[in-house]
Design a protein around this ligand. Structure first.
Ligand SMILES: Cc1cc2nc3c(=O)[nH]c(=O)nc-3n(C[C@H](O)[C@H](O)[C@H](O)COP(=O)(O)OP(=O)(O)OC[C@H]3O[C@@H](n4cnc5c(N)ncnc54)[C@H](O)[C@@H]3O)c2cc1C
Length: 378
């Protein structure tokens, strides 16, 4: 039996699948990675890149190197659909690629449309691959004497909070080096509910304190309705002056999922069962932010995409050999280490909270160890 396994997207789960399938190859199996980008960012280290603690290279996996090291065929192309009858992945500007089994780990797309003017005036945090380039351009702009000074983040999840704190650290350091008065900058965060709504109250209070100590204007329980070239307009009728706005609110599922005929959840994400197979097509798997675990729903976080890697690899290998796939139950709680934009972090798990520089050291160790499995493999 010859088996073509096609992995769509080089996200957090698929990098593990590449390594796992190469460690236990089947002679009749060929693995192909279809990827829009040749490097893939590791979300856990992105705030550190923005803060200036890591280089961009340290926080990215080189998919060309990883494919070469794992004997994977790499196709540098964007998937735009699935022909499930002909069993082909449809690609933009390239011939379709056939599959026996395929898996989708393509992350999520930005959803700016609920906020008027966001398309034109805001920087979307998703997809994270193109976000870093936009942030570097903003930092360069801020170093101009007439550059942006009033920075506002919209969205108070861990991504938005870490991002604003990291950007503040970096901008103030760059401003000082460029001879610009740090006091010229202002920072604000606007969020529809409480900050860090999925974390416990002690974690929220720790970050409220950090924001206060740093003079960041925190607006909770108000929604951004519109963004203009000079301000964020709130549903309370107030406005927050802004020269640059970063939006890290909920992101949406890629639009091309709708044409695949695969069952989607009510938000448009790929509905998968406990084996990570699509609920209406066992030859299609999905993992990471783009998938919705119907029986065990979890928040969209890199940690779950990472954890899905081993069961996904195992089940694809089993199915390729005609064996039954095994169910996977992701853990209900996970330890989150949320940085304050410096070498300091707050730990959150259920009702547990701790903070300190040592937790940043632990986070740094965990993140580097994870990256070490996939970097420098050529
Ligand atoms: C600033 C920030 C900080 C964060 N920090 C954390 C954190 O500390 N911990 C945590 O758990 N989560 C964090 N997150 C969330 C985390 O980024 C996501 O949950 C995670 O990236 C999801 O991984 P994924 O594998 O689903 O997709 P991604 O990492 O987005 O990977 C998708 C891949 O698919 C490729 N791709 C996309 N579309 C196509 C296509 N059509 N065809 C081919 N290839 C395609 C892309 O090039 C990309 O390589 C953070 C998010 C942000 C914005």
């Amino acid at each position: 039996m010859s088996r073509d396994i096609v992995l769509i997207g080089g996200g957090h789960a698929h990098v593990h699948v590449l390594v796992a399938l190469a460690k236990r190859p089947r002679p009749d199996m060929r693995v192909t990675l279809v990827t829009r980008d040749l490097t893939t960012p590791y979300s856990g280290m992105l705030p550190g890149v923005i803060a200036g603690i890591y280089t961009a290279e340290q926080a990215h996996i080189d998919l060309v190197q990883l494919a070469a090291a794992t004997g994977t065929r790499l196709m540098h192309a964007e998937a735009i659909g699935l022909d499930r009858v002909g069993k082909r992945v449809l690609l933009a500007g390239a011939e379709p690629v056939g599959y026996d089994l395929t898996s989708i780990d393509v992350g999520i797309a930005p959803s700016l449309s609920p906020i008027k003017g966001a398309d034109e005036h805001a920087i979307a945090v998703k997809p994270i691959g193109s976000f870093l380039a936009k942030i570097e351009a903003l930092i360069a702009d801020c170093k101009r004497t007439d550059g942006p000074r009033r920075i506002v983040a919209v969205g108070g999840g861990a991504g938005g909070v870490e991002l604003l704190l990291s950007l503040r650290t970096r901008l103030l350091a760059e401003a000082r080096a460029a001879g610009i008065e740090a006091g010229a900058f202002s920072f604000a965060l606007v969020t529809g509910g409480e900050i860090l709504a999925t974390h416990n109250a002690r974690v929220r209070d720790a970050f409220r304190r950090v924001f206060k100590e740093r003079g960041i204007d925190l607006r909770e329980n108000v929604r951004a309705q519109a963004i203009t070239a000079r301000a964020v307009l709130l549903d309370s009728g107030d406005e927050v002056a802004a020269d640059a706005v970063l939006v890290s609110t909920d992101a949406a599922a890629p639009a091309w999922f709708r044409g695949t005929g695969l069952k989607l959840d009510d938000k448009g994400f790929l509905a998968v069962g406990p084996t990570l197979q699509s609920v209406n097509d066992p030859d299609v798997f999905a993992a990471g932010d783009c998938a919705a675990l119907i029986e065990t729903p979890r928040e969209k976080a890199g940690v779950y995409a990472v954890r899905a890697g081993p069961p996904l690899a195992d089940n694809m290998r089993r199915c390729a050999g005609g064996e039954a796939p095994q169910p996977w139950v992701p853990q209900a709680k996970h330890l989150a280490l949320i940085s304050t934009g410096e070498r300091y972090a707050v730990a959150s798990r259920g009702a547990f909270k701790a903070e300190g520089a040592w937790l940043w050291t632990l986070k740094d160790w965990i993140d580097r160890r994870w990256m070490g499995q996939y970097q420098g493999k050529a």
